[in-house]
Design a protein around this ligand. Structure first.
Ligand SMILES: [Zn+2]
Ligand SMILES: [Zn+2]
Length: 271
């Protein structure tokens, strides 16, 4: 029960809190935060001068509230139950990963090792399923719901068709937690928090330099997923850069960075 509550309520609490923190920032348009906005050439859709664009945005937001509620309140508990049953099946009998005694509590090494394993497996699963969703029309018809957002804000983070949610969000997470089933619940909890933070950070629309999910080696930048939403090509990863670098995904993104730099240099020489 404790494992279920921790795995189920934490993402919901995190999602609600993150949105509550971000909404005043989005509305306030403070220059301190706006300097980190990724798509600076685009106005935030709720401030768009065109009435029809604002109407479309609010329609999409209402759809997001419905889709997100279903994903977090129906699919997430179902996937959490699946995770618990899977881990119970895979672990030796009487192995109880919620014990806080010295024998079960993970050492800093075990904790770091298991979080790293979970991240590598999850990211691989996400990269593969996400790339497949853009390759095969039979899958893209579900994934295109997530791509209704061309300019992200935090409500885009869980805006996935239920089939897309099971395939690319829940599937890789259950796979990672199944393969690293010996990870202590506290390690799993830290990893779920980190994954949820990265998911929200991917869709926040700002590239905050202080973001705790972007500072370590091989981490992917927030601008990569924003680029993916803006043109629907490449950057198939989420938190890590390794699989895009190894198996492809950065071609168009790198070109766009070079083009932007050339444009900026041209502007500088003209002024
Ligand atoms: Zn996509
Ligand atoms: Zn996205």
């Amino acid at each position: 029960m404790a494992d279920f509550l921790l795995s189920f309520f934490t993402p919901i609490l995190f999602f609600v809190s993150y949105n509550l923190i971000m909404i005043p920032i989005y509305i306030g348009q403070y220059s301190f935060f706006e300097q980190y906005k990724i798509q600076r050439h685009r106005v935030w859709p709720w401030f768009d001068e065109r009435q029809n664009s604002r109407d479309e945005f609010w329609k999409l937001t209402i759809r997001s509230i419905k889709i997100t509620s279903f994903n977090l309140l129906v699919l997430l508990p179902a996937l959490t139950c699946l995770k618990i049953v899977l881990q119970k099946t895979l672990l030796p009998p009487n192995e109880f990963l919620f014990s806080t005694d010295d024998e079960h509590w993970p050492t800093p090494y075990e904790n770091g090792r298991d979080i790293m394993k979970l991240s590598l497996i999850h990211e691989f699963g996400f990269y593969v399923t996400h790339k497949m969703s853009h390759t095969y029309p039979a899958l893209y018809k579900y994934h295109k719901v997530h791509h209704e957002y061309k300019c992200n804000w935090t409500m885009a983070s869980q805006h996935n068709h239920p089939i897309d949610y099971i395939l690319s969000i829940g599937g890789p997470a259950v796979l990672a937690l199944g393969l690293v089933s010996q990870a202590h619940s506290m390690s799993q909890f830290q990893w779920i928090l980190w994954t949820m933070y990265a998911n929200l950070d991917d869709h926040v629309g700002y590239s905050f330099p202080w973001s705790p999910v972007r500072w370590f080696p091989f981490s992917a930048g927030t601008s990569e997923h924003e680029f993916h939403h803006s043109i629907n090509v490449g950057c198939f990863g989420s938190k890590l850069s390794i699989y895009n670098s190894l198996f492809g995904g950065y071609e168009r993104y790198n070109k766009s960075i070079i083009n932007n730099q050339q444009d900026q240099n041209k502007k500088k020489t003209l002024t």
